[in-house]
Design a protein. Sequence first.
Length: 300
Amino acid sequence: MAKWIPDRDCCRESLLASMLFFGGDFKEAEGYPRISTCNHRISRILYKLLKYFSGENILWEVSQEKFLQKRKQFNVMVPMNEPMKKFLESWGLPGEIKKNRLRKSCCKRAFLLGAFLIKGSINTPSKYYHLEIISPDETLTGILHKILQQMEISAGVTIRKNDQVIYIKKADDIANFLTIMGAHGCLLKFEEIRAIKETREEVRRRVNCETANSDKTIQAAVRQALSIASLQEKGLLEKLPRSLREIADLRIRFPQASLKELGERLNPPISKSSVNSRLRRLESMAEPPDDEQQGLLTGK
């Protein structure tokens, strides 16, 4: 059996029933209902499950559809023999899933897996996080949504054309979903891409933050230099205490230095808050800058 096929018969039944519910139309079907997929491995799983429960060879066709950009489409025919009819009736097909089904957690996971294999997709996490399963009716949507809630996975439901779509947007919930299904290889790939994406976003945030802080530092330094120049023109700078004259001299000599760097250049060094306090005192002593100076501050 393929690696996706469970060992227990109850879980195999749940997996096959889910693939039939989501992939086929048995209400108005005549002859051999067809289930189609573009994934060769999924078609092999369906083929083996049908053969296991029906006891006969399964019709399996391969075609190419123009609207699928010439991708191969694998069509598996469901045999409507007596064992298969009994199987469908035991689950409630055609109609609704019977209440005595999906009681075990392992069977719920298998049912969820079948729905995803037939009608599910996951977006490349390098762009954004999105996993979805297309459901043909409200009953199946409600069942899947309830199973996901029981497994503590947050999912939403929306309408797309004539179908209902169950979707998962959070990265942690998608990771939990893949873990529950046993898709460990997919999970490792997902986590790898997720880690790269989150690292890039963190670097981008830090760069933006540092750029914003740098802009603020430059604007503050220009404003302080203008205030010191104003005091100097009025002859007030020489009359100020030595502590204020020293910090004013450092600000003029080192216009791009941070408050911390200015404090370290004094003898003895002083703290960043002390430097900021002295520069604020200088600004408060100076008159507000004129229109030309204000233009320098705002970049106009």
